[in-house]
Design a protein around this ligand. Structure first.
Ligand code: UDP
Length: 343
């Protein structure tokens, strides 16, 4: 049985030292930047298997290591006093998780347990976890509230829910303070223009649509137009990555020791695939040809958040509420970095 030996001193909220796992990834790197902007002392911890060294803000330090490397975690967490952890490091492709579930359980669950164990040993008592609306599976209705059944339909969603359970159990057992942020569709790019979305292979709608506008793809495939939604295409809630970064910063400052809480992070607005494509046409001025193909396995028809709880309890509301503004920021990034960070 593991006991926490006591936490590092109550942090001075003006300047915290924060470990960001997955800090070179899409959402992680935007959070690193927001934390640095706020004056916090940031160490990004990333294997660079999926992340990009260039995405890590120069004001942060970068440790290149795998989260399962307990020795390296010990060196980092034991070397300096950390006030908290933001945990992004994870595999995040639904389709891939269906084909190769064990690598998802290994990477997302087992390695998260290694991280929590190291936090406990080194007295790091605060964590903000990158969760997902995939924990709801196919919700009974939308907008989605946090009290709806947790019934993930993919291994990816199940690994994220397993991590939420671990956090909750550690909060009970040894007083960890944990917030899980269940985000909807992270989108857009930093207003600074310095960082943006760069996945390989790319599977997300907005970057794929913008690659068509850039002439890198011939057309966008619409995965089904026979859903029971207003225009027949799937409805999602596209939340800007800078808004996500802002709520992570607030959450790590406000997390309560000994408690676990989970919040939806979305704009509250559902946008259909067709509406995303139309908005992209008006932002880019390109025609963006489309082709309707079969539904993608595992896609629920409609997912959008009720963000009332996070607004009430953490005082968060998104700055980007219009899909056009989010797409515009992504377009700025893709136009200036047509090959992503490989430029
Ligand atoms: N989508 C699509 N064509 C694509 C990629 C995505 O029609 O080439 C749809 C997908 O079915 C979903 C929405 O766009 O309804 C958002 O998909 P994405 O992969 O960006 O995020 P997800 O909702 O899966 O997290």
């Amino acid at each position: 049985m593991r006991y926490c030996t006591g936490y590092n001193p109550v942090p001075n909220l003006l300047i915290m030292r924060i470990l960001v796992t997955g800090g070179a990834g899409y959402v992680g790197s935007h959070c690193v930047r927001a934390l640095c902007d706020a004056g916090h002392d940031v160490v990004a911890f990333d294997s660079l298997v999926k992340g990009h060294r260039e995405a890590v803000d120069a004001r942060a330090s970068l440790v290149v290591a795998d989260l399962g490397d307990r020795g390296r975690l010990n060196e980092v967490l034991g070397g300096e006093t950390f006030d908290g952890v933001m945990h992004f490091a994870a595999f995040a492709e639904v389709g891939e998780s269906v084909k190769d579930p064990l690598s998802y359980y290994q990477n997302n669950v087992v390695k998260s347990a290694v991280l929590l164990d190291a936090m406990c040993e080194h007295g790091v008592g605060r964590i903000v976890f990158s969760s997902t609306c995939a924990v709801y599976g196919v919700p009974p209705s939308a907008p989605i509230t946090e009290d709806m059944p947790l019934n993930p339909i993919s291994p990816y969603g199940r690994t994220k829910l397993a991590m939420e359970w671990m956090l909750s159990d550690c909060a009970n057992a040894w007083g960890l303070g944990a917030i899980a942020l269940r985000y909807f569709n992270a989108s857009g790019a930093s207003a600074s223009g310095a960082i943006g979305e760069d996945h390989d292979p790319e599977s997300h709608l907005i970057p794929l649509v913008l690659q068509v506008a850039l002439g890198q793809r011939e057309k966008i495939m619409i995965f089904g137009d026979d859903y029971e939604t207003p225009d027949g295409t799937c409805v999602r809630d596209y939340v800007h990555v800078d808004d996500l970064a802002a709520i992570h910063k607030t959450a790590i400052e406000k997390v309560t020791p000994g408690a676990f809480a989970a919040y939806n992070v979305g704009t509250g607005q559902g946008t259909s695939v067709n509406a995303v494509i139309d908005a992209s046409r008006s932002v880019t001025g390109h025609q963006i040809p489309t082709e309707v193909v079969d539904r993608r396995a595992g896609d629920p028809p409609s997912l959008f958040a009720d963000p009332a709880l996070i607004s009430c309890e953490l005082g968060w509301s998104p700055k980007y509420s219009e899909i056009e503004a989010t797409i515009e920021s992504a377009w700025d990034w893709h136009r200036s970095h047509p090959r992503g960070f490989a430029e």
